[in-house]
Design a binder for this molecule. Structure first.
Ligand code: IMP
Ligand code: MG
Length: 179
C-alpha cells in the first residue's frame, strides 16, 4: 500500500486504511441500529465530503430511513474560513423526524453548529451527529458529537470523500498532510 502520495502537488502520508475505515463505519451503523431501534431515521448528508461515508454507512443500516443532501462550504485551501456558504439548501420535510447529520469531518465545529441551528428551525423530533473524522482537540462547539469514526489530530486530511483543493476525494484511504 502506498504510504505517501501527492495530492494536487502537496505531500500526504497514510493515516487510515480503507479496511479501518470500513470497519469503523460498520461500527457506527451498528450503534445507530441499536440506538434508533423501532424508529425511522432521516439522514442529512453534508456534501461534498460526506458522500462516501454516507453511502457506505447506509448499506449497514437495517432500520427504515430516508436521506437528503445539503451542500455547504466553509473551507478554503487547508484552513477553515469561518464563514458558511450554502450552495444547496435543506428541502426535506424534517418536522417530527429523527435526524442524523452525516459529516466527513468535524473540525472547529463552526459548520455543524450553524447547520444544527438551521435544522432546528424545521422542528425535528431530535438531531444527532455522525462524523467520519473528529478533530476533538480543537472542537469548540456546543453540540455533542454522538458518533465519530476516528478521533484525529489537528492536521489537514484528504481521501475517502475529503478533498484538498477538490483533489483526493476518490482515494479509498485517508491521508494527512506531511508536516
Ligand atoms: P469546521 O466548520 O471548522 O468544523 O470545519 C468543518 C468542515 O471543513 C468539514 O465539513 C470539512 O468539509 C472541512 N474540513 C475540516 N477539516 C478538514 C480536513 O482536514 N480536510 C478536508 N476538509 C476539512
Ligand atoms: Mg464538509
Amino acid at each position: 500500500m502506498q504510504k505517501t502520495i501527492a495530492i494536487n502537488k502537496k505531500d500526504f502520508e497514510l493515516l487510515l486504511t480503507s479496511d479501518e475505515i470500513q470497519r469503523n463505519i460498520v461500527r457506527i451503523a451498528e450503534e445507530i441500529n441499536n440506538d434508533y431501534a423501532g424508529k425511522n431515521i432521516h439522514f442529512i448528508c453534508v456534501l461534498k465530503g460526506a458522500f462516501m461515508f454516507a453511502s457506505k454507512l447506509m448499506t449497514s443500516i437495517n432500520l427504515p430511513c430516508s436521506i437528503s443532501f445539503i451542500r455547504i462550504s466553509s473551507y478554503s485551501g487547508t484552513s477553515s474560513s469561518g464563514k458558511i456558504k450554502t450552495i444547496m439548501g435543506l428541502n426535506a420535510h424534517l418536522a417530527g423526524k429523527h435526524v442524523i447529520v452525516l459529516e466527513d469531518i468535524v473540525d472547529t465545529g463552526t459548520t455543524i453548529t450553524w447547520l444544527i441551528g438551521e435544522i432546528e428551525k424545521h422542528n425535528p423530533a431530535d438531531i444527532s451527529i455522525a462524523t467520519l473524522c473528529f478533530k476533538k482537540s480543537i472542537y469548540n462547539g456546543p453540540v455533542h458529537i454522538k458518533y465519530a469514526g476516528f478521533e484525529i489530530s489537528n492536521r489537514f486530511v484528504a481521501g475517502f470523500g475529503m478533498d484538498y483543493e477538490e483533489y483526493g476525494r476518490t482515494l479509498k484511504n485517508i491521508y494527512r498532510i506531511k508536516s
